[in-house]
Ligand binder design. Sequence first.
Ligand code: GDP
Ligand code: IMO
Ligand code: MG
Length: 419
Amino acid sequence: MKADVLLGLQWGDEGKGKIVDVLTSKYDIIARFQGGPNAGHTLEFDGIKHVLHTIPSGIFHKGVVNLIGNGVVIDPVIFQKEIFGLEKLNHTISELLISKKAHLILPTHKLIDAASERAKGKEKIGSTLKGIGPTYMDKTGRNGIRVGDISSSKFKEKYEKLKRKHLQILDFYDFDYKLEELEKEWFHSLETLRKFNHIESEHYIHNAIKNGKKILAEGAQGTLLDIDFGSYPFVTSSNTITAGACTGLGIAPNNIGEVFGIFKAYCTRVGSGPFPSELFNETGERLAKIGNEFGSTTGRARRCGWIDIPALKYAININGVTQLMMMKADVLSGIKKIKACTHYELDGKKIDYLPFEDNDKLIPIYKDLDGWEEDLMNLDNLSKAPETVHKYISWLEQTLEVPISIVSVGPDRKQTFFR
Ligand code: GDP
Ligand code: IMO
Ligand code: MG
């Protein structure tokens, strides 16, 4: 049995949480492999909306194992809040396992994130300020503290050593902070983290694959935020792509099965960085309003624009996408002419790829497609959708050369069509 991967093909917030929840009944294990509480994955059912940050989106399905893999970074304070939130719901939640090798976000990591962003001024990344960058820096710098360390007798010593280093960095930034309360909260929240099974998740995954268990790896962020292949430096600090599932869970590349690539029928981005097909007009405002485009983690307004084909093709290639899933088709209702960016113009030349430099100088070249008036949110069958919806889907499939297997027309579990 091979493990399937589901990930975002744009700048995050494509609707990963919703689709993982929809697909969970087909799987035994749902596993997060990278990122941390910078993610906000929304799922909706029975009229209630849930936003998950660290916990995999299979948590509401009885009998499924949810796993937080080694590639994830965990803030125990946010983790505790999520757990308390779930407990309050009185909803059965499934088993949750955590890799001993997952790194911990310390209170000082968050302070350094804020100090670093302030120092960048206008050039700031637009980070979620959850301490993601500084934590991955300590991981690759070989200074990090991992979940498995919290049961070691040397834990406090390790913590103090890393904290001292962080305080020097904060001095360098000349950054004011109050650490005492944050530290108290952090140590207190470790008690919740301790209540879960900490495992060597790579062995668990190997055995699961060997024993024919079905695994779905749940990506966070999106391909264009990948540390290597995204719009650097306006990216996150992990590999958000299929390869990230290999390193973030210990799955060998030849054990990857299907790769589900999720995209919105248009495009959004939150935070700074290039966005060639961004709209600054009424249509952009309309997408933001109807699509309710506000960040699930920070509440910030998301920038909106038309679908970007060269960027999607790039993401499909890097991830080896085998099936596409198109989200938020309902949001385009009422737009007479839908535009799709098929090429860019750079210094007077027409190109069909994202170049290394000058991404903020790219001028989008659009193709017009016929839109539809009808509301799609109440459809009970995709075959009843207007002809122009089918034409939009077929054109995307032909252009992207990958089948679209799911079309989503609303935030609820039920507003999902399999093709
Ligand atoms: P994720 O980070 O990829 O899981 O996506 P987010 O949860 O951050 O953002 C997606 C938003 O769109 C959430 O508010 C979802 O409830 C909502 N959503 C998902 N699919 C659809 C859809 O097909 N139509 C509409 N209107 N909203 C959707
Ligand atoms: P999900 O999983 C959208 C963006 C931030 C910022 C950049 C770096 O919900 O799709 P970071 O906090 O990682 O240092 O921020 O990446 N970003 C996201 N944008 N969805 C996310 O996650 C994101 N996680 C980070 O806005 O531009
Ligand atoms: Mg999100």
